[in-house]
Design a protein around this ligand. Sequence first.
Ligand SMILES: C[C@H](O)[C@H](O)[C@@H](O)C(=O)CO
Ligand code: MN
Length: 414
Amino acid sequence: MTTAYTAARQAFTDWGVDTEQSLAALAGIPISVHCWQGDDVKGFEQKSGSAGGGIQATGNHPGRARTPDELRADLEFAYSRIPGRHRLNLHAFYLDTDETPDRDAIEYHHFAPWVDWAKDQKIGLDFNPTFFAHAKADDNLTLSHPDKGIRDFWIEHGKRSREIAARIGAELGSAAVNNIWVPDGSKDVPVDRISARRRLESSLDAILAQPHDTAHLLDAVESKLFGIGVESMTVGSHEFYLGYAIRKNTLLCLDMGHFHPTENIADKLSSVALSVDRLLLHVSRPVRWDSDHVILLNDDILAMAQELVFADLLGRTHIGLDFFDATISRTAAWVIGTRNMQKALLRALLLPRDSLKAAETALDYTRRLILTEELKDLPFAAVWAEFCARHNMPTGRSLLTDLTAYQARVAARG
Ligand SMILES: C[C@H](O)[C@H](O)[C@@H](O)C(=O)CO
Ligand SMILES: [Mn+2]
């Protein structure tokens, strides 16, 4: 225990906060790290083609992972510099096999090497069907496509993804969150929105018809506002999926890049939490659009973490990350982004929430303001440093050295 932590512990104790309790709570919060930051959302199918679907990884920093083994090596390094025990969020087009199944023919054995690896790493796995980066998604329509043949192809992909995710959850003894996001939308103003939305709803119903043990599989649906090439209408809008999640009892995925730039996503948590049982977050940082920038320890992330803690939502929220920056080291992006989410959660856990809530309940907004501003000077960093020390994790210059050295080792990949 460092002297800085001892002093910090006393400072928080003076505010009625037990830092040991906060550290223990943080250690129990898994973050689902997204595989697709490691290779710029390209996947490992033996097919060409960009991500499409209105998402875009920009940049060409050397060192992109090109194979499952390279991606797992990068992930192992990243997890070795992130305190705590976490999860991997895997997309269906990251299959690890010499076979070349089409999306409607994927099977569990195509992902078994990932499950074996997750067992060795003692991490959980989450899953995502991949409804983009495929010729049958070139119209930016999949589950809502007017052509039944195309819808049936994607429905089969969705069904198989659930089967695979459920098997993964059973194998690892930890429910896999299977998150459905489709890029469906239109570049220009449509004239028949409701038909597209009825087709999407019907396709989702077909995918979700097969019941699964929620100890193995948790179904999530992810809304969006727009994408590149689908600027005028997204079939799976927030309103569509909020209603769908309530009626079908699925998780609702809120991605921080999927709303108008002025919207406060943290504010949505307590509202949707009154109607849906469980939530999935894609913590991201939009810059002018859904640009998927690496998250900073900024007000948006701090507000998200504070809502999770103050509204007591940690127990029913799965925290996933979603950003892909190809202009920097991809392993550094994972490490910095995940640690920033942890820092934000720790800061929220270290706040005297009862005192803050009491001031608000008493309508004593002066006291609330004095508290919120004075509390910003508390020694949060010393408690974070203690958390890292207890997990034998580097900070500051030694973290910089480690991240730089690893990137130098993979840069030769080109
Ligand atoms: C790769 C993911 O499915 C994708 O990022 C999705 O979650 C999303 O946010 C699309 O904008
Ligand atoms: Mn997302």
